[in-house]
Design a protein around this ligand. Structure first.
Ligand SMILES: O=C(O)[C@H](O)[C@@H](O)[C@H](O)[C@H](O)CO
Ligand SMILES: [Zn+2]
Length: 299
């Protein structure tokens, strides 16, 4: 058994850190702070941190094959040029829902950018329900809508054979699976593969490892859990020194390290005293399992 080490590598005090993504070419971790409207890029070799501030809540960021990044900002899928900090909207969703914003997003193995929406929260997990939908942005910039009635659209990833799409609507306290058609980007046959235990709290961001097991960050649960989507069982629980763990990704050398984002918003002053690293970026080493590289948006 490997020995697990957890360190706060970046005390960034994110209000709501999210969407960690490893950029291999620069050994950097990308992430966002949603309400602070910031996209961050942290070079793990030079320790240089760069931030781009945008004009609306930014809920996810992803690599782009043609260079630069894509991000979900407000209700827009956008292209982000890091060099000149320019942002170009590629598509807008939920035009009839003025109180909505995008939440978590990730690129599928064919280069489509998936992201879902939610009503803006008045406090963490307090919001008008059933307002969100799940979308994807195809490489030709066309948007496909999959379903609506979502509460808090969150973690997403694909099985290693690309035949299953895993998805979390946080307030369902479930990790769901769909059959996935990589050729067409269609999903079908929704079912639950894991129900969260009470102490695990709210399922948030998610990523897959090389063994096809799912890692889910548990908001308010102060942990990431490793699940077997075939048996519906928890395989491992890794606790962190902050309650509001929001998302996770693999990165570092050969994707052998895990990065975890966290949030400060919603913690009272007493809780903040007990968890001064809330909002930081954490690195977990010694897990003994690797992850896979993120897919870049193909458009
Ligand atoms: O990080 C996110 O995905 C949401 O934007 C957050 O607001 C929390 O996760 C949510 O409050 C708990 O479900
Ligand atoms: Zn999330």
């Amino acid at each position: 058994m490997s020995s697990i080490k957890i360190e706060c590598v970046l005390p960034e005090n994110c209000r709501c850190g999210e969407s960690p993504v490893w950029e291999e070419v620069s050994s950097s971790l990308l992430f966002v702070d949603i309400p602070a409207r910031k996209v961050c890029r942290w070079n793990t070799l030079t320790k240089q941190l760069q931030r781009v501030t945008v004009d609306a809540p930014v809920s996810s960021v992803a690599l782009r094959q043609s260079g630069g990044y894509v991000a979900t900002i407000g209700t827009k899928f956008c292209a982000l040029n890091w060099e000149d900090r320019s942002i170009v909207a590629l598509a807008t969703v939920d035009k009839d829902k003025k109180n909505n914003r995008f939440n978590d997003g990730k690129v599928d193995p064919a280069g489509r950018y998936f992201a879902g929406t939610m009503a803006e929260e008045t406090a963490p997990a307090v919001l008008e329900r059933h307002q969100g939908s799940l979308y994807s942005l195809f490489p030709d910039h066309q948007v496909k809508k999959y379903f609506d009635q979502v509460d808090i659209s969150n973690g997403l990833d694909w099985s290693l054979d690309h035949k299953i799409f895993y998805y979390i609507d946080s307030l369902s306290y479930s990790v769901d699976a769909f059959d996935y058609d990589l050729q067409t980007g269609q999903i079908s046959n929704r079912r639950s593969v894991y129900k969260l235990e009470k102490e695990e709290q709210i399922p948030d961001g998610m990523c897959i490892d090389v063994e096809g097991k799912l890692w889910v960050a548990c908001y308010n649960g102060g942990r990431v859990i490793r699940l077997d989507p075939e048996t519906g069982k928890t395989l491992q629980t890794v606790k962190l020194p902050v309650d509001k763990t929001t998302s996770c990704c693999f990165g570092g050398k050969d994707y052998s390290e895990m990065y975890v984002t966290s949030a400060r918003d919603g913690l009272d002053s007493e809780s903040l005293l007990r968890q001064p690293k809330a909002g930081g970026i954490f690195k977990i080493t010694g897990l003994g399992v690797k992850g896979i590289a993120p897919y870049p948006y193909a458009g």
